[in-house]
Design a protein around this ligand. Structure first.
Ligand SMILES: Cc1ncc(C[n+]2csc(CCOP(=O)(O)OP(=O)(O)O)c2C)c(N)n1
Ligand SMILES: [Mg+2]
Length: 1028
């Protein structure tokens, strides 16, 4: 080329380029803090300054030998000339650049043979593939999903004709990776289209152009828009084949052996198994040490056996319906169906790393396990000081119907980047069999893909044809690398089909005849992969047969082994839980009072604000009052009692985490756990500084997203990880807690019985009738009580011999499914929180928390009720009071001095007590005839203490007073228990316990303030009126 161009032109071009490249280089590298070393091929300035045409000739020679060996600008220069551009034209272009008429010499040289118009249209074409190539991708293994290819993907749309296919084009622009990177070789339109189609319209559909971050998009482009198609080694292909074979043969083995059993098989999406293993292997290479998996029914047994390595014997034995622990006298709970159970396993990876895998148990409720899984991962990150969040990662699996349909999916995604909830990214895998039970996608979502919700959160979505095992592995590896690099969510949409019905007993032809006719004709993914490998010549028929027979033999051996298999009681306490007791191992009751010195020193530090800090005037006052409480000058109020409970638990080395809507301040402005500097906006959290070097996050208080279901699930998951944490969730008003009903029903109240996992999760549900209408009065106490698994007619037996080792009423709490309290004093609230930690087992706690007691002058406790000095010989120490006696009673002995004059004993709970007591005080002599006893702990029911009170008032009738309607509140819970207690002290229980409260209602409360006031006055008057 240079042979027929003049040296003059070459010299000019060289000079021009030199100048340009200096400028270009400096602008490209501007802002880079650390200049990178420049490879030899890029060292050009010195020669260019020298205008050495000899050198230019040498350069050309080098280019001819290897185009990559010269700087890319030179490469395109030579290429331009090769394309028939005359040296003069190139020189002209550079002159124009020098005069400032062209934006770039590079572009000038490269595009001079094609119009700028063409170049721009070509860029649009590439962009179209990036944005919508997935619409033309081959994603449906059955080929039933016929989508019209968008016109934008056709070169003719941009004015190119087939005649242009073999013309060469230069594509390139700054700050781009992949096809549009400026150092890409010049290619023909045919080649460009070929790579675009291969990349974007093959078995993988990439959706990432919705991500508003150039770097992240470039990251993906750099990995998928490779100059040449990438391929796996033979060894890797064998690994994929082996894993796929296990997946396929496991299902067909079960199908043959247990023809009538439900297993929710994976057939049609078997590539999930090699895919999941690829995620785990790749993540382990990138620092992951623990993976927590949350998943639904589909393919669960396959994952348990092939990924979690649950012994196949055990899997088969569970199919035979055998119960673990039979005859062993151990706690077995209610158990659960086999496809809900969890497990964990330390898995060696193919690269020699070890990863701890946990699969969470879950209920049938689809997607409900999502945030539980994330909460557990977040807790693992806290306990293992995994600040980068790369060591612990969650994988959530979903069905196509559930992912699109269940709102919790959005709640989960919405939490993904919140500072106190992020887990550094979740890998989502949708096992998309294109049907949900009997419902077609057309009827189950309004969006083209079931994964579209994830695009709202800028997560990349990789759709992949489940028949192409290599493509599945490829996206799984990419997803793992994404998560470990960017710390954010990524979604894999594994598109397959479901070979059988929803479960194996269902007939799918009833509802999906065409789909199932196609499925019957369709080879399974393992057969397809074998065909492909054989055709490529990368595997021999013998090897394939070998793999098949080895797997078959192992499955058959396990099946035989299962007949002898003795199911063991699963190891129900995980690592952090050593030393904790099962519900049938007696535990001691411990005191929860705190030595006064510790109490005061904690009180001092948590009421101190930094000297320079400028809190709001009213907050300064709150803290001043708290200091007076520490000094004993004022009774401790609710908010400070809670702070003292948290502070003392922290001082003892526990972790405290409180989350919920607006909890930092507190919905009712009573907590002020985070104080805001009014001048700088800085925040200060006194409880984060209880002692020197307190670990960041040891006290976490965090306003949550506006979600109940998602956040409660998260905290539940968090509480499962370690017992040494008080984990609390507070509802804005208890009324809103039913948004999280699935977590209450399926996890919190029944999780221990089903899955043998304990949780000490504490929920605070503001409750109380103060005229705020039907949605701000009731936390629906009746529902929480109805789910208590205590027999109202069977009071626990006290084993006096075993008193000090737990043979007392403490074991009543161990055996119950959850505790329900409605405290009336700050001190009692303090003790019930501390009791959650100071015991040898964990039990969920539901606290009906007050609103107007937060500032009520009578709802104050002296500091002495918090310390560790018992004030009575009948108690071992200072503890939570399950019952609070009438204010005039002092005798705590089991058989107190009778008070014969009392004609009625009013049992009540919660803030109504203060209204009753105030009214009673107003009525002269009333206290002599009416006693008021508070039941602070509604479940487990304090049978023993209620009986004591009945013995104290031998001539009194029993009345239950509540402010809730009769069909709500605690009435129907306490009625049979009070009857049992009356019988227990030798009385004759009435048919109905007398009741003073609101009448039955559909709505929880009246919306009219005046009606509320009248109802309240009436129920108080009736409770105290012995003629009522
Ligand atoms: C919250 C909830 N609602 C309804 C059901 C009943 N149900 C069980 S499986 C299923 C269909 C699930 O479809 P998809 O998510 O596509 O999963 P697939 O079974 O196809 O793998 C339904 C509706 C459920 N388990 N959970
Ligand atoms: Mg489905």
């Amino acid at each position: 080329m240079l042979a027929h161009s003049s040296r003059r032109v070459a010299g000019r071009v060289a000079r021009t380029l030199a100048a340009v490249q200096r400028d270009f280089k400096s602008s490209a590298e501007a802002g880079q803090a650390h200049p990178k070393p420049v490879p030899l091929s890029k060292l050009k300035d010195s020669f260019l300054d020298g205008t050495s045409s000899t050198y230019l000739e040498e350069l050309e020679q080098r280019y001819r030998e290897d185009p990559a060996s010269v700087d890319r600008t030179w490469a395109s220069f030579f290429k331009s000339m090769d394309m028939g551009v005359s040296a003069e034209a190139v020189a002209e272009a550079y002159d124009a650049f020098e005069r400032g008429e062209n934006a770039s010499p590079l572009a000038a040289a490269a595009v001079s043979a094609q119009s700028i118009q063409e170049s721009m249209r070509l860029l649009l074409l590439v962009r179209a593939y990036q944005v919508m190539g997935h619409l033309s991708a081959q994603l449906d293994p059955l080929g039933l999903d016929q989508r019209a290819a968008p016109a934008e993907l056709d070169h003719t749309f941009y004015g190119f004709s087939d005649a242009d296919l073999d013309r060469e084009f230069f594509l390139g622009t700054w700050n781009m990776e992949g096809f549009m990177a400026e150092d890409r070789p010049i290619r023909t339109l045919r080649e460009i289209l070929g790579r675009l189609r291969e990349t974007y319209c093959g078995p993988i559909g990439y959706e990432y152009m919705h991500i508003n971050d150039r770097e992240r998009c470039n990251w993906i482009r750099a990995r998928i828009e490779t100059a040449e198609r990438e391929s796996y080694s033979r060894q890797k292909k064998m690994l994929i084949l082996d894993r796929l074979s296990w997946s396929e043969l496991f299902e067909s083995f079960l199908a043959n052996k247990y023809t009538a059993a439900k297993r929710f098989g994976l057939e049609g999406c078997e590539a999930l198994i090699p895919g999941l293993k690829a995620i785990i292997d790749s993540a382990a290479e990138l620092e992951a040490r623990s993976v927590v998996i949350g998943m639904p029914h589909r393919g669960r047994l396959n994952i348990l056996a092939n990924v979690m390595r649950k012994p196949m014997e055990q899997v088969f034995s569970e199919f035979a319906g055998r119960r673990p622990g039979e005859g062993g006298g151990a706690y077995t709970g209610s158990g659960d169906v086999k496809y809900h159970l969890g497990t964990s396993y330390d898995r060696p990876t193919i690269h020699g790393k070890r990863v701890h895998l946990s699969l969470l148990a879950n209920p049938s409720h689809l997607e409900a396990v999502n945030t539980v899984c994330l909460g557990k991962v977040r807790a693992k990150q806290y306990y293992s000081a995994d600040d980068s969040r790369r060591a612990n990662l969650p994988i959530l699996m979903h069905g196509d119907g559930a992912f699109a349909g269940q709102g919790i999916v959005y709640e989960t995604l919405d939490m993904s980047a919140l500072p106190d909830y992020t887990v550094g990214g979740t890998i989502h895998v949708v096992v998309n069999n294109q049907v949900a039970f009997t419902t077609d996608p057309r009827k189950s979502r309004s969006s083209p893909y079931c994964t579209d919700v994830a695009k709202a959160l800028s997560a990349p979505v990789f759709h992949v044809n489940a028949d192409d095992a290599e493509a599945v592995v490829r996206v799984c590896e990419l997803a793992a690398e994404w998560r470990q690099t960017w710390g954010s969510d990524v979604v894999i949409d594994l598109i397959g089909y479901r070979r059988y019905g929803h479960n194996e007993i269902d007939e799918p032809m009833f509802t999906q005849p065409l789909m199932y006719s196609a499925i019957k004709r369709h080879a399974n993914p393992q057969q397809l992969y074998v065909q492909r490998l054989l055709a490529e010549g990368s595997v021999s028929k013998e090897t394939v047969d070998d793999i098949q027979s080895t797997v078959q033999a192992k499955l058959a051996a396990a099946f035989e082994g299962a007949k002898e298999h003795q199911p063991k009681l699963s190891d129900w306490l995980s690592s952090h839980w050593k030393g904790f007791n099962s519900p049938i191992q007696y535990s001691r009751i411990r005191n929860t009072g705190v030595p006064i010195d510790l109490l005061k020193s904690v009180g001092d530090v948590i009421t101190a604000l930094p000297a320079s800090f400028k809190p709001h005037r009213q907050i300064a006052k709150v803290y001043e009052n708290r200091r007076a409480m520490v000094a004993g000058e004022q009774g401790v109020d609710w908010g400070f009692a809670e702070a003292l409970a948290f502070g003392t638990l922290l001082a003892e080395g526990n972790h405290v985490r409180l989350s919920g809507q607006d909890v930092e301040r507190g919905t009712f402005s009573h907590r002020h756990a985070v104080v805001h500097d009014q001048a700088t906006g800085d925040k200060y959290t006194p409880l984060a500084h209880v002692y020197e070097d307190q670990r960041a996050g040891q006290f976490t208080v965090s306003n949550s997203s506006l979600s109940e279901f998602g956040i409660l699930g998260f905290e539940l998951g968090y509480s499962l990880e370690s017992p040494n944490a008080l984990v609390l969730w507070e509802a804005q008003f208890g009324d809103f807690a039913n948004g999280a009903q699935i977590i209450f029903d399926q996890f919190m109240s029944s999780g221990e019985a089903k899955w043998l996992r304990q949780s000490g999760l504490t929920v605070l549900l503001p409750h109380g009738y103060d005229g705020q209408g039907p949605e701000h009065s009731s936390a629906r106490m009746e529902r929480f009580l109805q789910m208590v698994d205590e027999d109202p007619y069977q009071p626990p037996v006290i084993d006096e011999k075993e008193w000090f080792t737990g043979g007392h009423l403490g074991s009543q709490t161990q055996r119950i499914n959850w505790q329900v309290v409605n405290c009336t004093t700050p001190a009692n609230y303090f003790h019930v929180l501390r009791r959650q930690i100071h015991r040898q087992f964990r039990k969920p706690l539901v606290v009906f928390s007050p609103k107007n007691l937060l500032r009520h002058p009578l709802a104050r406790s002296p500091l002495t009720e918090f310390d560790d000095k018992p004030d009575d010989k009948y108690i071992e120490g200072v503890r939570f009071k399950r019952v609070i006696m009438d204010e005039n009673a002092t005798d705590r002995s089991p058989n107190p001095e009778p008070v014969p004059g009392v004609k009625r004993v009013v049992f009540c709970s919660g803030k109504l007590y203060y209204e009753l007591a105030t009214e009673r005080a107003r009525q002269e002599g009333k206290a002599d005839e009416v006693a008021i006893v508070r039941i602070e702990q509604l479940a487990p029911f304090p049978f023993d203490l209620v009986e004591r009170e009945l013995r104290r008032y031998p001539n009194a009738e029993v009345l239950w007073a509540q402010e809730e309607p009769k069909n709500m509140g605690a009435y129907l819970h306490v009625q049979p228990r009070l009857q049992t207690c009356i019988q227990g002290v030798g009385g004759t229980p009435p048919m109905r316990i007398k009741y003073s409260g609101r009448k039955t209602m559909a709505s929880t409360a009246t919306g009219f303030g005046s009606v509320h006031a009248q109802e309240q006055a009436e129920l108080i008057a009736n409770a105290l009126d012995t003629s009522f």
